[in-house]
Design a protein around this ligand. Structure first.
Ligand SMILES: C[S@@+](CC[C@H](N)C(=O)[O-])C[C@H]1O[C@@H](n2cnc3c(N)ncnc32)[C@H](O)[C@@H]1O
Length: 352
């Protein structure tokens, strides 16, 4: 028996004790990824096909339902780069080759043969590897030897969101727009520039737009608490599948709030935060997050003397330059002072 509600699918079993998977304690969050699990020799199926691999399990109190969420630490991911390297190893007739299955965080030795490679106990054929090698805009999860793009259509925002490889950590494409700078840099270097422009934030920090969680993770290294807000549950779904986003779910001082930050910020008391990192999507996707009304809200929740960094975009582009001028004017009108351009971080900083 199976049902789908919002972003989370639930698989019902006759009795939870039939599970051979270890029981977890964490309630699966919206957008959790489904894969295959063996329940006392029986294979269960999800909305995305058979489910397998390491999982966390949540029993819904008082119901016959058990939710199984694959363990994101055990996803097997290939990009065009690894697929091309595997194809070269096959071509060269090598019996094994090393490759990364977690987007460059670690490497493993894989068996290769003239017909393909063995990944997670399943063979992935040459045609599938060629398909991955041709697509440099997607990361592929390997499920039972088949490549499945890490990409979702969000019913909340109507945006397609795709995990996209770069030379370093992946970015996401949202409605075709990359959510981090990738030209001449990479998403982690981009994130560090934003944090540097904000300055060391040790107390309570608001991160207005979670995305892949890179800014939240970096802020959490020095802050007491980071509240990070994300409008789109699909963003959290993609982050859960991204090995580079693990800290978002593992660091105890990060609180993820799902909702529109324009409204979510109203729940915080005056002067609640010591710093705000505002990293919205482009103006074309999220105009209200560049409005005077929103800046007044940010000013209210920032303590006197607290710092804001606002990412805007390339200050040397015509759009970036005019957006920066408008942002600086509206920040001043909202009560911010010492409003400074931060060209290296593609944004501006200001003091409340
Ligand atoms: C540029 S990305 C943020 C990148 C992120 N800081 C990181 O380090 O990966 C912008 C994010 O803002 C989210 N977003 C858009 N409108 C929003 C809103 N009104 N409230 C909260 N999040 C929003 C988008 O879904 C997207 O994930």
């Amino acid at each position: 028996m199976r049902e789908k509600s919002g972003w989370t699918a639930h698989v019902g079993f006759t009795h939870p004790s039939s599970l051979s998977a270890e029981k977890g304690t964490e309630r699966p969050s919206p957008g959790a990824l489904w894969t295959r699990v063996t329940v006392r020799g029986r294979t269960c199926h999800s909305s995305r096909g058979p489910i397998s691999g390491a999982v966390s399990v949540w029993q819904w109190p008082g119901s016959g339902y058990v939710s199984i969420v694959s363990d994101p630490n055990h996803l097997l991911i290939l990009t065009h780069r690894e697929a091309a390297a595997l194809l070269r190893a096959i071509e060269a007739g090598e019996p094994t080759t090393s490759a990364s299955l977690d987007l460059g965080l670690s490497t493993v030795d894989l068996e290769v043969s003239p017909s393909g490679a063995v990944i997670g106990g399943s063979a992935i054929g040459i045609l599938a590897l060629k398909k991955i090698a041709k697509d440099d805009r997607k990361c592929f999860e390997i499920v039972d030897g088949e490549p499945v793009p890490i990409s979702v259509f969000s019913e909340t925002t109507n945006w397609v969101r795709t995990l996209c490889p770069t030379s370093g950590a992946p970015t996401t494409l949202v409605a075709g727009f990359p959510m981090h700078r990738v030209k001449g840099t990479d998403p982690i270097a981009d994130t560090k520039q934003k944090i540097r422009a904000l300055g060391r934030a040790r107390g309570r920090v608001l991160d207005t737009a979670t995305g892949l969680g890179y800014t939240a993770i970096e802020l959490a290294k020095a802050a007491i608490q980071v509240v990070t807000v994300e409008l789109d549950p699909a963003a959290i779904d993609i982050a859960r599948r991204n090995p580079w986003s693990r800290g978002l779910f593992e660091r105890p001082n990060i609180r993820i709030v799902t909702g529109d930050v324009f409204e979510a910020v109203d729940e915080f008391a005056d002067s609640h935060f010591d710093a705000v990192l505002h990293d919205p999507p482009t103006l074309a996707l999220a105009g209200e997050l560049y409005s005077g009304e929103f800046y007044r809200k940010l000013h209210r929740v920032l303590r006197h003397g607290g710092k804001l960094f606002h990412y805007i975009g390339d200050p040397d582009s015509a759009v970036g330059a005019s957006t920066t001028r408008g942002v600086m004017r509206r920040l001043g009108d909202a009560g911010f002072r010492e409003i400074k351009r931060q060209p290296r971080a593609f944004g501006v900083s200001a003091i409340a």
